[in-house]
Write a protein that binds this ligand. Sequence first.
Ligand SMILES: C[S@@+](CC[C@H](N)C(=O)[O-])C[C@H]1O[C@@H](n2cnc3c(N)ncnc32)[C@H](O)[C@@H]1O
Length: 481
Amino acid sequence: MHHGFQLDTSVPDYNGPLSPLDKTAFRKSIPVLGLRVPATQTGSILKSEVARKYLVGIPKVRPVVPDPSAPDDETQRLVLLGLNREADIPQEFLKFLKAKGDDFDFVPYELILNYDHWTASEILQAILPKELREGAPTGFAATGHIAHMNLNEEYLPYKHVIGQIFLDKNKYIRTVVNKLDNIDTRFRFFEMEILAGEQNLVVEHHEADCRFTFDFSQVYWNSRLHTEHQRIVDMLKPGEVLADVFAGVGPFALPAAKKGCAVLANDLNPNSFKYLTQNIQDNEVTETVRASCEDGRDFIRAVFSRVATSPFPPYMGPKPSKTKARKLEKEAKKSGSAMPHDDWPSTKPVLPQSRNTIDHFVMNLPDTAIQFLDAFRGVLVSHSLRPFYYKMPMIHCHCFTRELQQDEAVQDIQRRVGEKLGHPITEDVSITLVRSVAPGKDMYCVSFRLPSEVAYCVEAPDGRISKARDTSTFVSVDQLD
Ligand SMILES: C[S@@+](CC[C@H](N)C(=O)[O-])C[C@H]1O[C@@H](n2cnc3c(N)ncnc32)[C@H](O)[C@@H]1O
């Protein structure tokens, strides 16, 4: 049961300037009673059920403090109570103390709460005018050291103070930004304004055991895609080759490489390319990830012959962790051998062949990725490529749809993909809801095996489809629907 005494711990109303915030204005003095006790008794008092009912009980406030009248006296302590008048002390508590002996007395104590005591939301509520309190921002998304949010217009006059409070109250945050509504239509990064903290938008962010560095104001990054990145990487088998058409700074490419895949990662944004290159180095996957900076369509058309003429080396099995590698090195030194012969890099590759074909494409540019699919028409027409592809690559293509019913969304996506390829997709097709991006707009990923009819078809420069000579697998796209 509560003892019925309530201390007023609410944040004092704030009337000071918004910029800079006057933090001293939040100082609040709360008179309470201290129970002076021998230091040896504090433990048993704090544990007692009766006494616990009357302790100060304010979150983050320690109930036992040194006695201010004798701060150096180690033998005395004050136990702070949630009462401020001796007359209010209940009989049951006095009885409890009496039973313990005579060494107790009550003294007035000034408990001070300040800016650091209250949560960001509590401080914000005290600052904002009444009409803005209800819808006030309650949190933010964090990427590396940056907190980012999307403030509604009515909060803009308070943007810097909001930034300041979030900065003060979160020790991992060093910069607070407001994302403006302008998104760069081509490269998908947001315009943003720094509200508080360091003027530094280059973040270091960790996802899937990889370290990503990038300038948040120059490249695309969305931490909400984490599970989608993971889902796609889970579909890849170690040793396979992935072509990432819209790679950004590498959230598919690098985890895939760590898993043992070889990756061709492309992005048209020169800044994405710059950080992608840095991330490849930082994650020590330079041997298996190749970065490029070109239009997705050109990349798709070039990448098949690129990997055929410069294959990736055979897959050597999982790379040992750094600690394991160090241990192996030590053991090797001890035993005098160059490298332990039965471990990585093994003399016997897990997959003996060099890797000259592509197993998967990922195309995460949901606004327009489907528009790029026609680039696959005829990609394997060249005679030199044909013998390599006894199995067509899988394509994982992200897209949006306005069809909110799953069945209709699936039909809509399948139709649009088929139209762009010039051939229906039938093999290994799966269509997965990734997330709802806005009211009335869902993001999906359609996975399918590239129809060989598309890869082997020939398109004349004037757009007419004609039959590729001497190939039995050829089907003209005209004949297909
Ligand atoms: C939605 S982001 C995805 C980035 C990354 N794959 C991820 O999951 O975070 C799309 C990327 O495509 C890049 N991009 C846009 N248009 C492109 C094009 N025509 N060719 C290649 N890349 C393009 C953008 O710069 C951006 O990095």
